[in-house]
Design a protein around this ligand. Structure first.
Ligand SMILES: Nc1ncnc2c1ncn2[C@@H]1O[C@H](COP(=O)(O)OP(=O)(O)OP(=O)(O)O)[C@@H](O)[C@H]1O
Ligand code: SF4
Ligand SMILES: [Mg+2]
Length: 323
């Protein structure tokens, strides 16, 4: 018997109103994660990864419009909540996020401690003493000493700042943590340290993690499941091992081949062409203008996700022939 997922997302759709028309940035995304599990969302720039995250937190930009979707946390329908109830009960308390570039947007004139304690004051009405205690606990989760509370952001290294923003996201003890490109601004050694810490956190706190990155190799380090996004849709999603070792969708295959891997002798290849403009999407499969395996049907019919022989789901007509 499978248990109720920690987070269950169905048919999420978000569009942006622009002068060029409505852009379907998130176009029918579904996934679920269990406690202690990490889902990686990977794909090129503009695939819609951050838009998915912002939709989950109801923090989409003003020109964003939720078109459809269902979202359940431990079986409770979150989309049934009013914006006010969602803000009071869910955002930061149950689902927290480390935003893309967050460590660079720490307020330079406020001490780190003030910034970590703010959610405790706002959401929990914690006293100063309680807030200090909880902030210290959050810092210890990311192996930072309590003295950090008295420092200003410019007094911290890039890695320390990134850990501080992770501590900030964890201070209210959420069940789900969304990390949007959490290590992209860091050098390789610091990146590896943060990844190790995230793995510890996932285990220790039994956190559900959504790990967003353009780097599929990095996602493989922490993720149990990987979803490869292309132009607002899921191209392939499945157990990390299956997606990484035997990718079924031609885009996932090219994305993997574009990453240099130390043990492999082949040179990384680049993916031909560029992602489509969301205002004038190609007909049929959105990947067909770039796909080396495209055939007639691809330019006229949009494939849905179907089960592949490896256990992943792929949106590609070639899989229909295999099944
Ligand atoms: N407020 C907005 N108005 C109009 N279009 C937007 C807005 N925000 C994002 N987009 C567009 O939506 C698409 C998805 O953007 P998103 O930021 O979610 O992609 P991403 O996968 O996170 O990319 P990156 O890897 O560069 O962070 C892109 O085409 C982007 O240009
Ligand atoms: S459906 Fe066709 S164009 Fe799309 S990924 Fe598969 S083979 Fe390529
Ligand atoms: Mg992004």
């Amino acid at each position: 018997m499978t248990s109720t997922p920690l987070l269950d997302v169905t048919d999420l759709r978000l569009s942006y109103a622009t002068e060029a028309g409505e852009l379907p940035a998130v176009d029918g995304i579904s996934f679920s994660i269990q406690e202690g599990e990490a889902l990686g969302l990977v794909g090129e720039s503009g695939a819609g990864k951050s838009s998915v995250a912002l939709t989950l937190l109801r923090l989409w930009p003003r020109n964003g419009r939720l078109v459809s979707g269902q979202m359940k946390l431990s079986g409770n329908n979150l989309f049934a909540l009013s914006d006010d109830a969602f803000r009071r009960q869910v955002r930061w308390q149950q689902i927290a996020m480390v935003f893309q570039g967050a460590s660079e947007s720490l307020n330079p004139v406020l001490r780190v401690g003030t910034q970590i304690m703010e959610p405790l004051r706002v959401h929990r009405g914690a006293s100063k003493q309680e807030a200090i205690q909880e902030a210290r606990r959050a810092l210890s989760l990311v192996y930072l000493p309590p003295e950090i509370l008295d420092r200003y952001p410019h007094e911290l290294s890039g890695g320390m700042k990134q850990r501080a923003v992770i501590a900030m996201a964890l201070v209210l003890q959420p069940k789900v943590l969304i990390l949007d490109e959490p290590t992209s601004a860091l050098d390789v050694t610091t990146q590896a340290q943060i990844m190790d810490q995230l793995k510890d956190l996932k285990e220790q706190l039994n956190l559900g993690i959504i790990f967003i990155t353009h780097d599929i190799a990095l996602a493989s380090d922490i993720c149990d499941t990987i979803g490869v996004m292309y132009a607002g849709k899921m191209a392939e999603m499945g157990p990390a091992e299956a997606v990484l070792n035997t990718p079924q969708h031609p885009y996932a295959q090219l994305l993997l081949a574009s990453v240099a891997r130390i043990q492999q002798e082949e040179q990384p290849v680049s993916i031909p062409g560029v992602p489509p403009n969301l205002a004038s999407l190609p007909s049929g499969c959105r990947f067909h203008p770039r796909c080396p395996k495209a055939f007639d049907r691809c330019s006229t019919e949009l494939p849905n996700l179907i089960a592949s022989p490896t256990g992943s789901l792929g949106a590609c007509w070639l899989l229909e022939e295999k099944s």
